[in-house]
Design a binder for this molecule. Structure first.
Ligand SMILES: Cc1cc2nc3c(=O)[nH]c(=O)nc-3n(C[C@H](O)[C@H](O)[C@H](O)COP(=O)(O)O)c2cc1C
Length: 437
């Protein structure tokens, strides 16, 4: 089983009540906060830390950013994830470092270079969470009034990946010779231009960074629309999903593996990791009390506001005491499908849905003692729903301490999880092959 930790360099990672939780560390703009967190994850043998990102303060609910800022909702503050990961890199030796970067607002050369640099400095621990972004408020920070349509975003992302892969492969593995006597620093015969000339990008290359330990960073993705799944099946090595129950998650994984085969890939080269929000304590009663406290601390408007931003729809325009209607959302289809599943199953009205969304992801059964939580993880695994989990802890950094202290030893006792790092690179630890140049 693989484990990753979802972290946002801001107030919310798993629950909107988290930053108000007693003992929460508010020092989210300090270096020490992130280096301590990275060490906790490494002590817990996590595969990688995943840094989410967003390029604007969300303002979808009531066309205003007030509730997002006032209630410390998702995206109200967000440090640059690459710089945070560089700091974590210096404080650790094994844990993988996954950075979210948008293909819509950045350029392939700069991204390929930053990723190759992180891979070198970390000794082969870099990963890229490829996002296409999904809000107009982000477009407005990058010289546009509206975002591209989904199809265009994915067209650009496909070409973006073609270019970055060509750049990472533009230096042969043995191109950097560093022979002072010859003298031969780098062999010109082993460094090539890429001469890419496409619809979105013109890039001559080569990259000005030699081939990095993993060859290419591990590629992560979270698209759940039809096009998003094809994109993941073509490029991604780890897919991050959200599902309310193991059965739909298993269907998703099955579909994704079949799509990967259609792209000529081995389905085992694509790992599916659902996001879960564990609330764990020594006993079930303590965990339930903790969950109740978190629920009371998450302001209902904060959850509705974040759900509005995720779906890119102003949910204040719908009756709060009725069920969320079926619709085609411009935003994240993965999040829509997750809340639609929950609405269908339990028939809860929109206002309540917003409240639950604010408390944390909607998958049930992850509140309890270490035995309860690990039993449920085993159930998901046995149902073929996943290859591991993306842990979104509701309160930081204590929630990750609790997972490392309580859940990881129980997983290890059942021989479901490593007791030490087996490999030197993130690819080794995830069981992924290193791409040839
Ligand atoms: C669990 C999850 C986490 C995500 N994290 C981010 C993120 O940190 N930043 C971002 O811009 N998009 C994020 N996304 C959005 C996806 O990358 C993608 O853009 C979005 O799902 C739209 O594609 P889709 O319609 O194919 O799902 C996330 C999506 C999911 C389901």
């Amino acid at each position: 089983m693989h484990l990753a930790a979802f972290v946002s360099a801001g107030p919310v990672s798993g629950s909107h009540g988290g930053w108000r939780y007693p003992g929460a560390d508010h020092d989210i703009t300090s270096l020490g906060y992130y280096t301590r967190l990275a060490r906790t994850l490494e002590d817990g043998c996590f595969d990688f830390v995943f840094m989410a990102d967003i390029l604007a303060v969300p303002d979808r609910l009531h066309d205003s950013m007030d509730s997002q800022l006032r209630y410390g909702a998702l995206g109200s503050l967000r440090l640059d994830p690459m710089i945070v990961l560089a700091a974590m890199c210096g404080a650790t030796r094994h844990v993988g470092l996954a950075c979210t970067i948008s293909t819509t607002y950045f350029e392939p050369f700069a991204v390929a270079r930053a990723m190759a640099t992180l891979d070198h400095l970390s000794g082969g621990r870099a990963a890229w969470n490829i996002v296409t972004s999904f809000q107009d408020s982000e477009a407005r920070n990058f010289g546009r009034t509206q975002q591209f349509a989904r199809e265009e975003r994915y067209d650009r992302a496909d070409e973006f990946l073609e270019v970055t892969c060509k750049l990472w492969d533009s230096w042969a593995d043995d191109a950097l010779v560093r022979d002072p006597a010859a003298p031969l620093f780098a062999d010109p015969a082993k460094v090539r231009r890429i001469n890419h000339d496409g619809r979105w990008f013109k890039v001559r290359g080569p990259l000005n960074v030699s081939r990095s330990p993993q060859g290419r960073p591990v590629l992560l993705q979270a698209g759940a629309s039809d096009r998003g799944k094809d994109f993941a099946a073509r490029w991604a090595e780890v897919v991050f999903v959200t599902h309310a129950a193991p059965e739909p998650a298993a269907a998703f994984r099955h579909d994704l593996r079949a799509r990967a085969e259609r792209f000529g890939r081995n389905p085992d080269d694509i790992k599916v990791m659902p996001g879960i929000v564990p609330v764990v304590a020594e006993t079930r009663t303590m965990a339930e009390d903790r969950r109740a406290l978190l629920e009371s601390l998450a302001h209902p408007t904060a959850g509705l506001s974040t759900l509005s931003y995720h779906l890119d729809i102003d949910l204040s325009e719908f009756p709060q005491d009725e069920m969320l209607p079926e619709m085609d959302v411009p935003g994240v289809q993965g999040h829509y499908r997750e809340v639609a599943e929950l609405t269908r199953r339990s028939g809860i009205p929109l206002g309540e849905l917003g409240r639950r969304y604010g408390v944390g992801r909607t998958a049930a059964g992850f509140t309890g003692s270490p035995t309860d939580v690990v039993d449920n993880m085993e159930k998901w695994l046995a149902a073929g729903a996943c290859d591991g989990f993306m842990i979104q802890t509701p309160y930081m950094p204590g929630g990750l301490d609790d997972v490392a202290r309580l859940v990881v030893p129980e997983l290890q006792r059942r021989a479901l999880f490593r007791r030490g790092y087996e490999g030197t690179t993130l690819r080794d630890n995830l069981g992924l092959t290193r791409p040839a140049a």
